[in-house]
Design a protein around this ligand. Sequence first.
Ligand code: NAP
Length: 264
Amino acid sequence: MNTATPVVLVTGAGRGIGRGIALQLAAAGCSVGVNYRSNADAAEAAVEECKSYAPHQGQLFFALQGDVGDTESRNSLVEHALSLFGRIDGLVNNAGVAPLERNDIVDATEESFERLLRINLQGPYFLTQKVVRYWLQAKPKALLSGGFKVVFVTSISADTVSLNRGEYCVSKAGAAMGAQLWAQRLAGENVQVYEVRPGIIATDMTEGVKQKYDPLIADGMVPQRRWGYPEDLGKAVRSLIEGDMAFSTGSVIHVDGGFHIKEL
Ligand SMILES: NC(=O)c1ccc[n+]([C@@H]2O[C@H](COP(=O)([O-])OP(=O)(O)OC[C@H]3O[C@@H](n4cnc5c(N)ncnc54)[C@H](OP(=O)(O)O)[C@@H]3O)[C@@H](O)[C@H]2O)c1
């Protein structure tokens, strides 16, 4: 335990965007809780990589199993983090899933809809509630510049329709509203809340659609004409966690190569 170093819990941090965020937070001098659901090897590898990014001796890194889509698992994840680190200063709600099958909304199932909403929406919403209760009840002294922090990693799908994965779009639109709700509730409690909205990022999640997206991206669907990488998200989240936007809350940070720009 080292209660003098800020601690950030990052969900889904064994792979992909979450790992990119964990590494940048390690580089920023934070201790990091590397949450994962089932891939323990990836999470342990992420912990080792975090250590190689860490500038200070006192930083701690632990892999923490927990399913954000399950109430008991969420609660024990926070308790486990508190028992290992002694404190939590920031929460990055990154874990999320795509539908197991892409189906037109005419054919898609309620089962898939419920799965996506449970993991992508209910998960971050109530994990945030659990961490906020700790802040409000235990009243720890904030170690991060500007106060405690919550980041919701949503998606361009929060306001871009994809008719073959409507449940994903709905879950991310809901998470975007969750960020607004928590930002407003916590604005007077020394907690800033942000939504980071990634575009098309090269991870396991997008591996299956790489062939489809490569030419579209090259043709300008993404104005910057490249894929995003976990490091792009890591650097954006690092800046928020470090307090670079301390007089902002409820802000939406687009990390999408300009995808959100409307052109006539
Ligand atoms: N890739 C993109 O283009 C893109 C674009 C916009 C938004 N996003 C969002 O960014 C976030 C990360 O995406 P990614 O591309 O990095 O995905 P990814 O490569 O598929 O990795 C997903 C991560 O989330 C974890 N996870 C999944 N379900 C979980 C659960 N129920 N509880 C705890 N952890 C869980 C996984 O853990 P295990 O390793 O244990 O399975 C893994 O670490 C997601 O919210 C996604 O919706 C991604």
